[in-house]
Ligand binder design. Structure first.
Ligand code: ADP
Ligand code: ZN
Ligand code: ZN
Length: 727
């Protein structure tokens, strides 16, 4: 039978492929090509993922695809295979997997090519730069063009915000826009770099010796020079004419990381992350696909970007939770990176100072080869960790007298200090001193957080805002007091305590404006701040050589969280924050404030470092049957009517019991940890299995039936395979 049916992944959140007849009077579009297909009364963009000889639909029901959007496959076979396996493993909707992971313009059906790159050059009537003294940006642009035409992509890098100036100059006919033929290949001067130390050299050699697929866990303490290892390993790959893919966590993709790669590899580097405009994303994606760019640095979704000649995959800070996609197609980019390396037959390097327990377990079982960097590179030494017992102490807000003294001492020596608290806002609760009234979000089971700078109450769970009340909503009295502290309050407290020093806060609120994070980070590096107060954001990969004291204000917060990953996360955060300290000439010190100085978790962390601690934690996980010693899937549901989510999950449970679920425990349904959020009632059902195969067999049989349940249309539900959080 000839294969004349197209199997198409259509960009809709439905868990199936759709059948179409080929385009009339045209050949069969190959697998990997986008097609426009009729869908209901409209049309949709889809990707051809297979051909079949017959369809379950009868001929009259089948419709023809309307047009083919690509002449040749958009994705190489390796990426198609990766997406196929990903759709299967995560039980995702094919459209979300195959089309949803494409850059926006391609999803929208636009052509997979760029408009001709453009450049700017001076016209014959251009005046001298000096005559533009009162318009510095225009003058800077003219100066850049004096030596000849410059490509727009180069101007983007060299003179951010150049476009308005160009418009004015073009209006005066002093400059003009021309096609960029070749001007883009900006010259690149390789920067000098340190000689690798023996541990680094050994790691690079091991990676270079890989013949085809091999997975490496680069377990190196903070500041041990992991990035230098990536750079050297990439150099080897480029020398063979192949490409490297580097995944980085969301936040650490600051110009600092990018700059380091650019300094080494110049124009060969392209970046791909959510902060880019659509056109920029498409340009980077196409450059990687064509092989013009040889180093692709990107966040999570870049793991699905095509490479013409893949040679190496690197996952930096592999433990970072931003690698997990939390909605739609819920994949884990680190796991996808390993799968991709296997499919493409290339080595993959997972690097971290605080590896995930999953990766450590793979290291122990021999799936991954572990490469250690046990010491800091250069002269820097690892900081000393100490517990600060704050019981009975007279605190200045959340800061103990001992910590204040340590801060004072460090500032007197001209060093920088960093204080870490994983809670933004001014105070987590506002309370009426007269009657006890607390303003709560009416859409969530949560209190409003007080944001004093922005003069509002903000729900951190649904983003609802309301104006700051002056009087109590219960008794009307004017005695509202903030309870507890977030980073904004710590900033205020420290400013009051150290009026002669500059306090800088770095959190999601202080970095909302585009570019603000980079400004803050350079302010720290240039010594324009003495005390940094911040959240997780400060913990990620930054290199601040003058920071010699880190204070962790509230370690207890992480000790009592319900999630089985909470202690792992606490240990990672403590080590990562600590790792920002003592990276220069001066040694560093880390003070951890706690009301639980005897707590075994904190002791294990101080005694055994991260690796000793992780070993203890792995034993616990094994005894309790949690991942990496079992496999989880979480079915979540939320509904407008209070009982619907629970009832739906109850029905899915009966369904599973009918189907039989040997080898899989079903736990629940139970209300979600926050039973109401953004106006919806939430519940969950956890599936836990010692082995993966029975879990996936159950999911495969269960999901198609579950979709047919009458309640499935009244609730919003989702399946999360390998969930990051279960509470
Ligand atoms: P990591 O990625 O492990 O945190 P980095 O690669 O950022 O570490 O290195 C930390 C610092 O040490 C950087 O300033 C880097 O330039 C420096 N460094 C790295 N390797 C060496 C080396 N072999 N000799 C001297 N300095 C080094
Ligand atoms: Zn009151
Ligand atoms: Zn809310």
């Amino acid at each position: 039978m000839p294969r004349t049916i197209l199997k198409v992944a259509v960009d809709v959140p439905l868990r199936r492929l759709f059948d179409y007849l080929p385009i009339l009077d045209a050949g069969l579009p190959p697998v990997g090509v986008r097609v426009r297909v009729p869908f209901g009364r409209r049309n949709q963009v889809g990707l051809v993922v297979g051909h079949a000889s017959h369809s379950e639909l009868s001929q009259p029901q089948l419709r023809h695809a309307e047009e083919s959007l690509d002449a040749t496959p958009l994705l190489p076979p390796g990426v198609l295979e990766l997406l196929r396996r990903a759709a299967d493993y995560y039980h995702g909707a094919p459209g979300e997997v195959f089309v949803g992971t494409l850059p926006g313009p391609l999803r929208a059906g636009r052509p997979a090519q760029l408009r001709t790159p453009k450049a700017w050059q001076l016209t014959l009537t251009a005046p001298s730069v000096d005559s533009l003294r009162r318009a510095p940006r225009q003058a800077a642009l003219l100066r850049l063009l004096e030596a000849g035409a410059v490509a727009e992509s180069v101007l983007d890098q060299a003179l951010p915000g150049w476009r308005p100036a160009a418009r004015i100059l073009a209006g005066k006919e002093w400059i003009s826009r021309v096609a960029a033929r070749g001007v883009e290949a900006a010259c690149h001067v390789a920067q000098p770099h340190p000689d690798l130390n023996p541990a680094q050299a050994e790691a690079v050699a091991a990676i270079g010796a890989a013949d085809g697929y091999a997975a490496y866990l680069l377990d190196g303490v903070t500041g041990s020079g992991k990035t230098e290892v990536y750079l050297a390993a990439i150099e080897q790959v480029l020398a063979q004419g192949r490409q490297a893919l580097v995944l980085v966590p969301e936040i650490s993709l600051t110009p600092q990381t990018e700059a380091r790669f650019r300094a080494r590899f110049g124009a060969a580097v392209v970046v791909l992350h959510s902060g880019l405009a659509d056109g920029e994303r498409l340009a980077a994606w196409l450059a990687a696909a064509s092989g013009r760019a040889t180093v692709l640095i990107g966040t999570r979704s870049a793991v699905f970007a095509p490479l013409a000649r893949p040679g190496l995959i690197v996952v930096d800070e592999e433990h970072d939770s931003s690698y997990k996609q939390q909605d739609g197609f819920r994949y884990h980019a680190r796991d996808m990176a390993v799968l991709r390396a296997r499919i493409e037959g290339v080595p993959v390097v997972l690097g971290s100072a605080t590896p995930s327990l999953e990766s450590l377990a793979h290291g122990r079982s021999g799936h991954y080869r572990t490469l250690h960097l046990r010491e800091r590179a250069g002269t820097a030494r690892l900081p000393r960790l100490e517990l600060l017992d704050v019981r009975h102490q007279r605190m200045a807000g959340l800061v103990s007298p001992a910590l204040i003294a340590a801060v004072r001492e460090e500032l007197a020596r001209g060093q920088q200090v960093m204080l870490f608290l994983n809670r933004r806002g001014y105070a987590p609760v506002l309370l009426c001193h007269a009657c006890g009234w607390v303003p709560k979000c009416d859409r969530c089971d949560a209190h409003y957080t007080l944001h004093r700078g922005r003069q509002l109450l903000l729900c951190h769970h649904c983003a609802r805002e309301r104006p700051l009340p002056t009087n109590c909503g219960g008794c009307g009295v004017r005695e509202l007091i903030p309870v507890g502290a977030g980073t904004e309050r710590i900033e205020a407290d420290l400013t009051a305590l150290f009026p002669d020093h500059r306090v800088l806060r770095v959190d999601r609120d202080s970095t909302r404006r585009r570019g603000a994070l980079d400004e803050h980070l350079s302010a720290v590096r240039d010594g324009h701040a003495d005390i940094l107060v911040g959240t997780q954001m400060l913990a990620k990969g930054h290199h601040f050589p003058a920071v010699t004291l880190v204070g962790i204000l509230d370690a207890d917060q992480g000790l009592f969280a319900a999630d089985f990953r909470a202690t792992e996360r606490l240990a990672q955060v403590i080590h990562q924050v600590a790792g920002r300290c003592g990276r220069g000439e001066q040694p560093g010190r880390v003070l951890i404030q706690t009301h639980q100085p005897q707590h075994p978790v904190l002791h294990a962390l101080l005694r055994g470092g991260y690796s000793g601690f992780a070993s203890a934690l792995l034993i616990e996980r094994e005894a309790a049957g949690w991942p990496p010693y079992s496999h989880l899937a979480l079915l979540r549901a939320e509904s407008i009517k209070p009982q619907d989510a629970q009832r739906f999950l109850g029905a899915t449970l009966s369904l599973a019991q009918t189907l039989g679920h040997s080898g899989v425990d079903l736990l629940g349904p139970v209300p979600a940890p926050m039973p109401k959020r953004a106006g919806r009632y939430r519940a969950q059902l956890l599936l836990q299995a010692p082995r993966r195969a029975p879990l996936h067999a159950l999911l495969r049989a269960w999901l198609p039936e579950l979709e047919q349940l009458p309640l499935a249309r009244r609730v919003r539900w989702s399946l999360d395979v390998d969930p990051a959080d279960i509470y």
